[in-house]
Each structure stands twice: as C-alpha cells, then as structure tokens.
Design a protein around this ligand. Structure first.
Ligand code: ADP
Ligand code: MG
Length: 264
C-alpha cells in the first residue's frame, strides 16, 4: 500500500510558486539508527504543511535539521535560501520554532516571558511594538500579568507561539503544538495559524490529530525515516486506497510500527 510520491508532488515549484524550504535527499543517522532517509520535497511560501507519521518515524529529527539545530549526515536542505548546514545562524534568524517541550518561564508573567524572548532575538527598539502585536494577535492582553505557570494549556500554547513569532520569521516550525490542549483552544490556535499563513508565513507542523491534518494545504507521511506519501490530503488519501481517511492511514502505519516492536 506504500506509494512513491510523484515527481510533480516532490517539485511543487513546477506549479509556479516559490519554494521556501527545499529538502534534497536530507538524511540523519544516529549510530545504527537511520532516523531520516533521503527526504526530498519542497514547501511553498504561505503553505500550511503537515509532517505526519507514527512515533519514531523521523518527524522531529527532520524539523531539527531544518531549524539548523542538528547537522544532516547526508543530503542537504535550504530554508529561506540558507543552507541548514553551512549557514545555521541565518537559518535560525529566519525561523520560529515551537518545540515539543517549549520553554516558558513559569515564574515570569506573560509580558515578562515576551520581553525575555524579545531580548534573546535582539529586538530592542522594536520590542514594545512586537509585544503589543503579540498581545493582540494571540489574545494575551487580559492575562499579560499572570504567571506562565498558572496558565491553561491553550494559553501557554498561544504564549509560546507569540514568543516564536516576535522576530517576524518567514518560516514557523510547530512540533506537536496542540498535544494535550482542549478542543476549543485547538480550534482557536488553528484560526491564528491560518491567518498567519494567509499573510505569507510558511508553516511546517507535526501532529497526531488527523482531523487537524485534513485541513492542511499539503501533508507528507513519514514511516521509519522515509517519505512514503506527499500531496494534498485528498491526493494522499487517494494514493493509499479509496475510502480511507488520514486517520485510517495513520492508525495502519502505527499498528505496523507497534507490530514490529512486539516482534509479531
Ligand atoms: P518522531 O518525531 O517522528 O517521533 P524522531 O525524529 O524523534 O521521531 O526519532 C526518529 C528516530 O531517531 C527514532 O528511532 C529515535 O529513537 C531516533 N533518535 C532521535 N533523536 C535521537 C538522538 N539524539 N540520538 C539517538 N537516536 C535518536
Ligand atoms: Mg517527535
């Protein structure tokens, strides 16, 4: 049932839009573990692009290489025109990254967390305006003086998103941003993300919630480090067989993975 993505899907700039993220046989090996194997695809400006797959399939490793945090062992990638291995600092200045364990300071207020992260990015004179922007866009105004440790899951998530966006990155990476967040907060979060994409920010996101993935512009399924499907949700569903949802595909891959772990 595993299909090779077609050339058109891999090289989406054939459709005329500029690619902002380009992977060319990108690979990462940790000792004996081939975490990512020869991943090749493009992501376009303003796309909401999902990287999907069971635990251990290589999603986080791919994102960490694209963020300039981890060196590829083979292949290459560029983000906003910068090579991730040769120019990691320029890559980092062009991206926002909300990791699986994003670091908010529990003993600082919402406003203090924003000021702290703005300082890290060296925003200085621009900082006050960017904090006002974040308060408004991420709906943080009413909780600006609350300690981060006292926020709800959805509020923490919106504050982390605000911190990742203070320096106006062109590309935003979100690694399981909605894990453990309630459905109302998830809906609000995606509304904000959609509006950012409409303004031209490129969004690359991993999620285990396939109802969210059905709304993405395009998705890539990874399995055991390899890219096994790529396209719009409709194209990817069709490539696995008639009548399947993304959730059916995800669960099937997850069961194959667990079956191997249990030696069955
Ligand atoms: P996902 O995010 O899809 O769950 P990861 O990218 O975290 O997957 O992991 C892919 C594979 O690489 C897994 O087998 C994982 O155990 C391994 N891996 C990830 N990071 C490291 C590391 N720093 N050292 C060794 N192995 C790692
Ligand atoms: Mg992960």
């Amino acid at each position: 049932m595993v299909t090779e993505p077609g050339r058109d899907a891999i090289h989406a700039h054939a459709a005329g839009r500029a690619p902002v993220v380009v992977l060319d046989s990108l690979s990462k090996r940790f000792g004996a573990v081939q975490a990512v194997s020869e991943a090749s695809f493009d992501i376009l400006a303003g796309e909401v692009f999902g990287i999907l797959g069971p635990n251990g399939s290589g999603k986080t490793t791919t994102i960490r290489m694209l963020c300039g945090l981890l060196l590829p062992t083979a292949g290459r990638a560029t983000v906003a025109g910068h090579d991730v291995a040769a120019e990691p600092d320029k890559v980092k200045a062009s991206i926002g990254y909300m990791s699986q364990a994003f670091g908010l300071y529990r003993d600082l207020t919402v406003a203090e967390n924003l000021r702290f992260y703005g300082g890290l990015y060296g925003l200085e004179g621009e900082l006050a305006g960017r904090i006002d922007w974040a308060m408004e866009r991420m709906l943080l105004g009413e909780i600006r003086d609350r300690f981060a440790g006292k926020l709800s899951g959805g509020q923490k998530q919106r504050l982390a998103l605000a911190c990742a966006l203070l320096h106006r990155p062109r590309v935003l990476f979100l690694d399981e941003p909605t894990a453990g967040v309630d459905p109302g907060a998830r809906r609000l979060f995606w509304k904000i993300i959609r509006s950012l994409a409409a303004e031209g920010t490129t969004i690359i996101v991993t999620t285990h919630y396939m109802d969210e993935a059905e709304q993405f512009d395009r998705v890539a399924f990874m399995f055991r480090g390899r890219l096994i499907a790529l396209g719009t949700p409709t194209e990817v569903r069709a490539s696995f067989g008639a009548g399947l949802t993304l959730e059916d595909i995800f669960v099937d891959l997850q069961e194959q993975e667990q079956g191997q772990e249990q030696g069955t």
